[in-house]
Write a new protein. Structure first.
Length: 157
């Protein structure tokens, strides 16, 4: 367990904020993430990460780590996305908040299902409403832009 925590801390040290406040990982962060995957992929590695949290852990960095791991696992994130979905529907506020802080994607591709999950989160954790509304706005923006693209691309418009 102590070595798990140290490895995760090393990965988080390799994740930094750019001037734009976006999180990025340096080579060290990516390399350590690969080591983490090699060691723990067959286990519930999301729980290993969660169990390493301390009171001062930057949850946005944990969210960034999950985004990195999606692309670092041998199954292209399939297992991780299942674990992440389990977190967003859990009654653990910290797990839910971490998922809401992710930048790359939301746990399900279906907009309606995602909005249903987010509305439920808002009921359980009203203090996370702003983060939920951000994702709902993103889904609406994507839907609107997809329909514009479809209309522009359609030869019959």
């Amino acid at each position: 367990m102590k070595s798990d925590v140290k490895l995760i801390e090393t990965i988080l040290d390799g994740i930094y904020y750019e001037i734009t406040d976006e999180l990025r990982a340096n080579e060290k962060g990516f390399n350590q993430a690969d080591i983490f995957v090699d060691l723990y992929f067959k286990e519930n590695f999301a729980e290993i990460i969660f169990n390493s949290l301390k009171n001062d852990t930057d949850l946005a960095k944990i969210a960034a780590l999950l985004d990195i791991l999606v692309w670092s696992t041998p199954d292209n994130g399939t297992k991780l996305e299942k674990l992440i979905y389990d977190w967003i529907i859990s009654d653990n506020k910290i797990k839910v908040q971490i998922i809401l802080l992710r930048q790359d994607s939301f746990p399900r591709s279906e907009r309606v299902e995602n909005i249903k999950v987010l509305e439920n989160v808002k009921q359980i954790f009203p203090e996370l409403t702003e983060l939920c509304n951000y994702h709902i706005d993103e889904f609406d923006y994507q839907k609107k832009n997809r329909s514009k693209t479809t209309r522009i691309a359609s030869p019959h418009s």
